[in-house]
Design a protein around this ligand. Structure first.
Ligand code: ATP
Ligand code: MG
Length: 589
C-alpha cells in the first residue's frame, strides 16, 4: 500500500530534483481574494505570480495544497469527489513549457510511481476559433510513447482552463487519466468510459482573455498542474474507491464501529459523513466558525449534513460523532499543524453538533409534518425549518428530494431576504443612534472583550493596549499591540484567566464620570480614540470588594450585569494584522 505521506514526499522530492522550490500550503480561506470563499486549487494563491509578479522563490514551484470545492458538494457520495481534498501541483512561471511539463509528468508517473504506460491515457485541446489545436502537447505525448489512440482531442469544456473571472490568463490543458479497472485497458481511449479516472491536469496558460473576448498571447507563459492526492492514492493502490485509501480508511472504520454497520452496505452515507467532517476539521483549523454567512455557512452546512446522515445510520447522539471523527482526522493529517489546534477544532465542531442536536429531532418531526400529504413545501415553511430548527435550505431540499417533494425556493429566498433586510435595517438604525446591536449574544461578547483586554495585560504585560475591536453576534475581534505571535501557553493562560473571572460571578457596574477622572482611575481607553468630556466607565469588580476591580474601561456598552452571564470563553484565532499589531478572535458559548 502506497501511503499518503509517501506519495506527497515522492512528488515534492521529484520536482525538487528538477529545481523546483517547495512552497507551503496556503489557508483554505484565501487571504487576499474576497471574490472567492475558498482555495479551490493550488494555483489560487499564486495568481499574482501567474500574472507576472516575480515570486521570491523563483520560477519553478511545487507544493501540496489544501483545497475545498463547494461546487462538488452534491457529488459527494461518489467514489472520486470530495469537498476537501489535497492537490499536488507544480508550476513554471514563465520558465519551462509544454514539452518539459509533459515529460516531467510522464517521468513521475511511470518512473517514480511505476505506473505501467498501458494504464495511462490523455486528452488535449482540439482547437477552436481562438486557439489552434494543441498539436505541440499531443506530439510531446507521442514522443514519450503514448499511442495516438490513447490521445483524445476534446473541446473547451474539457481541455481549457480559465480565466478565473471575466478576463485574465487562460489556456489549453492536457488531462491525464488512469485505467482503474482490473480488466485490461482498451487500446483506444474513450473519455466517456468511467473506468478512466482523471488524476492530473496540466494547464498551459498562454493567453490573456481581454474584455472584448480576444485571446492575446501572454508575455509570460506559465504551466500550472494539479494532481488529486486521494484519487491518485486510490488508483495506485488498485482500489475502486477513494474511501478505501489510507486518507479515509481510519474514518470509515470509526463510522462502522459507532454505527455497527458495514461500509459495503451504506457507502453513500458513510462517505458523506467522512468527507464532510474531514472538510469541517480543516475549515475549523483555518479559523472558520459556523455561522449563517459565507465560509461559516458552508462549515455549518457540512457539519449539519453529516449529522443528518449519521441519523440515517442510527448513530446515537451520545457517540459524539464530531469529536471522535475529528480526533481520527487530526491523527491522519499531522503535516498541517492540526494537532496544535486539536482543542479548538474539537470545540468548534462539537458546539455546532450540540446546537443542532437540540433542534434536529423536533425539526425532523416538523419536516415530516410539512411533507405529509403534500407535494410541495412553501418558502415560509422552509424558512421556519431554517430559522427555528437550523436546517440549511440545501438540507431541506435534499430531504424533500428524497420524498419527491418540491420546495418553493423562490419564496424561500424572498423570505430570507425580508429577514435579512429587517436585521440590516435594525442594526443600521441602531448604529445611527449611537447604539450597537445589543442582542444578548453581542452583550456577552462586549463584556468578554473587557475581560480579554485586561487578561492580555496580566499575561503579556501592562504595555498591551487595545487598538481596535469589532463585535458580531458570532464572535469578538480584538486588536492590540504586541510584537510577536502568542505561544500556546499564553493563549491558554489568557483563556483560563478569563474563564476563571467568568466563574467568579463578578459584578459589572457602570458609572458616568469626567474623562479626566476616568484616566485618573486608570480606566483603559482605546489608543488614538477621541472621547467626550463625560464618559461612561464600566468596571468589572473583583473579589466582591468594592475597591478592588479586575477591569475598568471607558466604553458605551452594552454589557452584562454579572460575568456569570457570559458563558464559556474561547479564543479561536490569533494572528498578525500589521507590524506589531496582533488580532484575536474569540467566541462565547
Ligand atoms: P473532475 O472533472 O473529475 O471534477 P476537475 O476537472 O474538476 O476534475 P481539476 O480542476 O483539473 O479537476 O483539478 C485537478 C485534479 O484535482 C484532478 O485531476 C483531480 O485529481 C483532483 N480533483 C478535482 N476535483 C476533486 C474533488 N472534488 N475531489 C478530489 N479530487 C479532485
Ligand atoms: Mg470538477
Amino acid at each position: 500500500m502506497i501511503t499518503r505521506e509517501n506519495l506527497i514526499k515522492s512528488y515534492l522530492e521529484f520536482f525538487k530534483s528538477k529545481d523546483h522550490k517547495i512552497i507551503p500550503s496556503a489557508s483554505l480561506v484565501p487571504e487576499n481574494d474576497p471574490t472567492v470563499l475558498f482555495t479551490t486549487a493550488g494555483m489560487h494563491p499564486l495568481v499574482p505570480y501567474l500574472l507576472g509578479q516575480s515570486h521570491p522563490l523563483g520560477t519553478r514551484l511545487v507544493n501540496v495544497q489544501k483545497c475545498l470545492r463547494t461546487g462538488d458538494i452534491n457529488q459527494i457520495g461518489n467514489s472520486t469527489h470530495h469537498t476537501f481534498f489535497e492537490m499536488l501541483g507544480n508550476w513554471s512561471l514563465g520558465d519551462y513549457w509544454k514539452k518539459e511539463s509533459i515529460k516531467y509528468s510522464f517521468e513521475f508517473l511511470t518512473k517514480i510511481l511505476k505506473i505501467p504506460k498501458d494504464k495511462l491515457a490523455v486528452s488535449v485541446f482540439e482547437g477552436d476559433i481562438n486557439s489552434p489545436k494543441d498539436t505541440e502537447s499531443a506530439q510531446a505525448w507521442q514522443k514519450l510513447g503514448m499511442p495516438k489512440s490513447r490521445i483524445a482531442f476534446l473541446g473547451k469544456e474539457d481541455n481549457w482552463w480559465g480565466p478565473a473571472g471575466q478576463t485574465g490568463p487562460c489556456g489549453p490543458d492536457t488531462e491525464i487519466f488512469f485505467w482503474s479497472s482490473n480488466k485490461k485497458a482498451p487500446s483506444t481511449f474513450n473519455p466517456k468510459d468511467k473506468n478512466w479516472v482523471e488524476i492530473w491536469n496540466n494547464v498551459f496558460m498562454e493567453y490573456e482573455k481581454t474584455k472584448e473576448s480576444k485571446y492575446l498571447p501572454l508575455k509570460q507563459k506559465n504551466v500550472d498542474t494539479g494532481m488529486g492526492v486521494e484519487r491518485t492514492l486510490a488508483v495506485l493502490n488498485n482500489l475502486q474507491d477513494n474511501y478505501e485509501s489510507p486518507s479515509f480508511t481510519p474514518l470509515i472504520e470509526v463510522i462502522e464501529e459507532i454505527s455497527g454497520k458495514d461500509y459495503s452496505e451504506c457507502k453513500r452515507e458513510m462517505r458523506i459523513i467522512a468527507d464532510h467532517i474531514r472538510a469541517a476539521v480543516f475549515l475549523a483549523a483555518d479559523g472558520v466558525i459556523p455561522s449563517n454567512i459565507e465560509q461559516g455557512y458552508v462549515l455549518r452546512r457540512l457539519i449539519r449534513r453529516a449529522i443528518v446522515y449519521s441519523k440515517k445510520l442510527n448513530i446515537p447522539s451520545n457517540k459524539s460523532l464530531t469529536k471522535i471523527l475529528s480526533e481520527t482526522c487530526i491523527d491522519i493529517y499531522s503535516n498541517y499543524g492540526l494537532d496544535k489546534k486539536r482543542r479548538v477544532i474539537e470545540q468548534v465542531l462539537s458546539e455546532e453538533e450540540n446546537k443542532f442536536e437540540k433542534t434536529l429531532s423536533i425539526g425532523l418531526r416538523e419536516f415530516e409534518k410539512l411533507s405529509k400529504n403534500s407535494s410541495r413545501i412553501e418558502g415560509k415553511e422552509a424558512f421556519l425549518l431554517f430559522q427555528s430548527y437550523g436546517f440549511p435550505i440545501e438540507l431541506t431540499e435534499e430531504l424533500a428530494n428524497e420524498k419527491n417533494i418540491k420546495i418553493d425556493k423562490e419564496s424561500f429566498n424572498e423570505e430570507y431576504k425580508k429577514h435579512q433586510d429587517l436585521s440590516k435595517s435594525l442594526s443600521s438604525g441602531m448604529f445611527k443612534s449611537g447604539l450597537a446591536d445589543n442582542s444578548e449574544q453581542t452583550t456577552r461578547l462586549h463584556t468578554a472583550t473587557h475581560l480579554l483586554n485586561e487578561a492580555l495585560r496580566k499575561v503579556l504585560g501592562p504595555e498591551v493596549k487595545q487598538r481596535g475591536s469589532n463585535i458580531t453576534p458570532e464572535r469578538l475581534r480584538f486588536d492590540f499591540n504586541f510584537p510577536r505571535k502568542l505561544t500556546e501557553e499564553e493563549i491558554k493562560h489568557v483563556e483560563s484567566l478569563i474563564n476563571e473571572k467568568i466563574s467568579q460571578n463578578l459584578k459589572v457596574v457602570r458609572e458616568e464620570i469626567s474623562y479626566k477622572e476616568a484616566l485618573k482611575q486608570e480606566a483603559q481607553a482605546e489608543f488614538g480614540h477621541k472621547y467626550p468630556e463625560k464618559v461612561s466607565v464600566y468596571t468589572i469588580l473583583d473579589d466582591r470588594e468594592k475597591k478592588k476591580w479586575f477591569s475598568k474601561e471607558i466604553c458605551t456598552g452594552p454589557h452584562v450585569q454579572n460575568t456569570s452571564q457570559i458563558g464559556k470563553f474561547k479564543i479561536i484565532k490569533e494572528e498578525s494584522v500589521a507590524a506589531g499589531i496582533r488580532r484575536i478572535k474569540a467566541i462565547v458559548s
